[in-house]
Design a protein around this ligand. Structure first.
Ligand SMILES: *Cc1c(COP(=O)(O)O)cnc(C)c1O
Length: 423
């Protein structure tokens, strides 16, 4: 399938007059339509809530957009909680699915009234010590161990993952917490990442639903919600078939009717914590070709680098590239598309077939809406780009300015050195 892009050459030529490349741009229309589909897919479950995984795209404007569709936020750090606090998010709008959690983070989530999703059994005592008591609603993260496989060959390795409690531990945790006065319980698991198949959630749901029935039977705990977490993938490659969230929702519904309803648990709410699926396809990194280099290979140097999008360098991840204005030209060249870091893995594409690129051409790197900007860093003293929102009416709004040198040097502001900077 041909991957479409939501900006055109003409649009980008207009945008760069105000906001120079590189920048991440998000598509409001796409985000809204997808959020609406997610809501529809789970409308059979009255308690359903998607907790957008803030770490994927921690931008207050985008979080607020999703809130219009009933989404809450899934956090796992102090600043993510602070972002929610500043947006006025309170109570069960916030899910806190952290691990190796510092005390101050539990204190803050408790002040905001968010739901604590415990990663480990030892954190029961830790939380109790910080808060003085356990909240009435608590969730536990489950890790069944072993290997998790789906029929299309997708595999992940929960047994090797640092997250969650073992089966034995989660039973014990529920008993302890119940004895300590917890009234409403939740179960959470994240067993495979970026699953491009409609099977993942239904299969995970079956495991968690069966566990929920056993937990209720054995401990008497009231299971209020089951959190399928994230992991629903997107087609980064043009040959991948996108997930159908309506089918996924229906698949979970069937398992729900098969396992939970007969057990008298037909009032359990389904939660999700999708990040990638909510935002990934609706963001793009726009960058300009500034150099070409002909050595043992053909290189195109662009004005973005791995600090703007780390996934290719970190995981060898594929991100599709469109050369604007050349969408229909033959891809008869083979390039490495590189950034300027002094790191040889700073390549957005290796041996990629693309149309002939001229200096000054704009390249759109697809699917950077999740785990794109947010994984940014400052190696080589490079600065993070701006984030823009392409609004439904065609206008463009700045939703985060680009970093400037003063931001990079801000942590020296209490030293003499800072006074000598020419900012
Ligand atoms: C990263 C993460 C998510 C989101 O994952 P996606 O793959 O972006 O859907 C959800 N929950 C937790 C606890 C996470 O760590």
């Amino acid at each position: 399938m041909k991957k479409k892009v939501f900006v055109t050459k003409e649009m980008v030529e207009r945008i760069v007059q105000q906001y120079p490349t590189p920048f991440h741009i998000y598509d409001e229309k796409g985000i809204r339509e997808n959020a609406q589909r997610v809501r529809e897919a789970f409308s059979w479950n009255p308690g359903f809530k998607e907790y957008f995984a803030i770490k994927a795209t921690p931008n207050p404007f985008l979080v607020n957009l999703l809130r219009e569709y009933g989404c809450g936020a899934d956090c796992s750090s102090l600043t993510e909680l602070m972002l929610c606090d500043a947006l006025g998010m309170r109570g069960e709008e916030i899910m806190f699915s952290s691990n190796d959690t510092p005390a101050e983070e539990y204190a803050l989530v408790n002040r905001l009234g968010g739901i604590i999703n415990l990663d480990d059994i030892t954190h029961i005592a830790f939380v109790e010590k910080i808060l003085g008591r356990l909240p009435e609603t608590m969730s536990c993260r489950y890790n069944p161990g072993g290997v998790f496989t789906l029929s299309n060959g997708i595999m992940d390795n929960p047994g090797d993952a640092k997250y969650g409690m073992t089966t034995e531990q989660i039973f014990e945790a529920f008993s302890i917490m119940k004895a300590k006065g917890v009234k409403r319980f939740g179960i959470h698991a994240f067993l495979a990442s970026n699953t491009v198949t409609n099977e993942y959630y239904p299969q995970l749901a079956r495991q968690l639903f069966e566990l929920a029935v056993r937990l209720k039977e054995r401990t008497g705990a009231e299971i209020a919600f089951i959190n399928l977490s994230g992991g629903v993938g997107i087609p980064y490659r043009p040959d991948q078939e996108p997930n159908d969230i309506l089918l996924i929702g229906e698949g979970v519904h069937q398992v729900y009717d098969e396992v939970l309803v007969p057990a008298g648990m037909g009032d359990v709410a389904i939660y999700t914590e999708m990040g990638r699926f909510m935002m990934g396809p609706y963001g793009a990194l726009v960058t300009k070709a500034i150099h070409e280099k002909h050595t043992y290979k053909e290189y195109i140097g662009v004005d973005a680098c791995a600090v703007n999008l780390m996934r290719p360098a970190m995981y060898g991840a594929y991100h599709h590239i469109t050369v604007l204005g050349k969408e229909d030209m033959p891809c008869d060249q083979v390039y490495d598309v590189t950034g300027s870091l002094c790191e040889n893995n700073d390549k957005f594409a290796v041996d990629r077939q693309l149309p002939k690129i001229e200096i000054g051409d704009y390249l759109v790197i697809h699917d950077t809406g999740a785990h794109g900007y947010s994984m940014g860093y400052n190696y080589n003293g490079k600065l993070r780009s701006a984030e823009l929102l392409l609004c439904e009416d065609g206008s463009v709004k700045l939703i985060r300015r680009a970093e400037e040198p003063r931001d990079y040097f801000a942590t020296f502001d209490c030293f003499d050195f800072y006074r000598n900077l020419r900012l």
